[in-house]
Design a binder for this molecule. Structure first.
Ligand SMILES: Cc1cc2nc3c(=O)[nH]c(=O)nc-3n(C[C@H](O)[C@H](O)[C@H](O)COP(=O)(O)OP(=O)(O)OC[C@H]3O[C@@H](n4cnc5c(N)ncnc54)[C@H](O)[C@@H]3O)c2cc1C
Length: 380
């Protein structure tokens, strides 16, 4: 506990705040309305080196740790959840390569990402495979020097626009989760295509899509770890992903709280600002409690990962559950504070409420987080 940002982290946050105010805030509602991927925001991120922050210095990054990435995502999500997802996805691949990539894979893919203009996506979910990964249907068969991948993935964030994908497939279906393997796949690979682009409730503009793999030839050098390591690779990757998702939920909550607080000071009913009614004050106070507690839990869990402390993902699951459930409550209450206006698209809080809902489902639903927490408590 007692986490504090360093001077460098504070400087990064100021840079991100400026970018958010100037480039992202004016576009957030349009991105949501159109569901079009925001290439202009991507360019702004590229110009500011954000898409390579997590890379080692020799590849043009600053080796940003888990807490720093959380901080950037929290800042961006205060105004646009979708813009934060763009920053998030490329760092998932960087984290994956850091954790399990061998020397050659790091050289090849850190090199590819070093210009800071690439987008990545993580492809796990399938139409019939969500929480239960043991029944994954995407297959990878080693023929000669290549794995041949076949299958369909769905709901893949940034899937429609990414350059690089982390793809999970089964190399030994009879071994269930122990038969899963992880691969890096480039978009240009023959047989790889983008299916339906989704029309989601929230996180709109994030090019959520199906990925179709038809005899996709992946060189065996692009297998991460060994055959059958996929499940443990995914579990470790999810420990970080959950915190990054939680940081997006936290930013969304803070954005909604800030908006609702300001609105309450300005909206006059019964001859005075509604902020003077205790019913509204208590609602705002409860929102602030959820945000502050969530922030403490988040950075405590992030710094634990950065210090290399192992707990089997317990803190990460607790943080994901608490902060994303809180985001749903805080954003719903923000709509309530704005009354009828809160329900209308002219105001950002209804968008924040829709975005918050995504955080309770993606990166492992909150029911699955509770299963993990209970297992840890019961020593299973
Ligand atoms: C906005 C968004 C972004 C996403 N991005 C990605 C992405 O980039 N890459 C990717 O691979 N996937 C992505 N997903 C998919 C996401 O990971 C899955 O939706 C999630 O894992 C749940 O799977 P499912 O939708 O098949 O639900 P199911 O697994 O079918 O679950 C349905 C319901 O049953 C509950 N349930 C299931 N099993 C249990 C259990 N054992 N105990 C109690 N309850 C249970 C669930 O909690 C849920 O409420 C995204 C989803 C969303 C909404």
């Amino acid at each position: 506990m007692g986490f504090e940002f360093t001077e460098e982290q504070r400087m990064i946050r100021e840079m991100v705040k400026k970018l958010v105010t100037e480039k992202i805030a004016p576009r957030a509602a349009e991105i949501d309305e159109s569901n079009d991927f925001p290439y202009d925001i991507k360019e702004a991120f590229v110009e500011n080196g954000l898409l390579k922050m997590g890379l080692p210095e020799e590849y043009g990054g600053i080796g940003a740790n888990v807490a720093t990435i959380c901080m950037v995502m929290e800042e961006v999500s205060k105004v646009s959840f979708t813009a934060a997802s763009l920053f998030f996805s490329v760092h998932l691949i960087i984290d994956l390569l850091f954790s399990v990539g061998n020397k050659e894979q790091k050289k090849k893919y850190f090199g590819l990402l070093s210009r800071g203009d690439k987008i990545a996506a993580m492809a796990v979910t399938e139409p019939n495979v969500g929480s239960d990964l043991s029944s994954m249907r995407t297959r990878a068969v080693l023929i000669g020097d290549n794995y041949i991948l076949n299958g369909t993935k769905c709901f893949i964030s940034l899937g429609g626009v990414a350059d690089l994908y982390g793809v999970y497939a089964s190399t030994s279906p009879e071994k269930r989760t122990r038969g899963l393997s992880a691969f890096i796949v480039e978009r240009e690979t023959s047989g790889f295509s983008i299916g339906k682009i989704e029309n989601p409730m929230g996180m709109r503009g994030s090019a959520s899509s199906e990925i179709i793999l038809e005899d996709v030839k992946v060189p065996k050098e692009d297998l991460l770890g060994k055959e059958g390591d996929g499940f443990s690779i995914l579990v470790n990757s999810l420990n970080v992903e959950r915190l990054w998702f939680a940081s997006m939920a936290l930013g969304t909550s803070q954005g909604a709280l800030d908006y609702a607080t300001q609105y309450a000071k300005e909206r006059v009913q019964f001859g005075k600002p509604i902020a003077e009614f205790q019913g509204i004050q208590f609602m705002l106070a409860d929102m602030a409690i959820q945000v502050e507690v969530g922030r403490s839990i988040l950075y405590d869990a992030a710094s634990q990962i950065d210090r290399g402390v192992e707990d089997g993902g317990l803190k990460s699951a607790i943080a994901k559950c608490f902060i994303t459930d809180a985001a749903m409550k805080v954003t719903t209450d923000a709509v309530q504070v704005l009354g009828g206006y809160g329900y209308m698209k002219e105001y950002p809080v209804e968008r924040m409420m829709r975005d918050a809902k995504a955080t309770q489902i993606a990166a492992g639903t909150n029911q699955i987080q509770r299963v993990l927490i209970a297992r840890s408590l019961l020593g299973k």
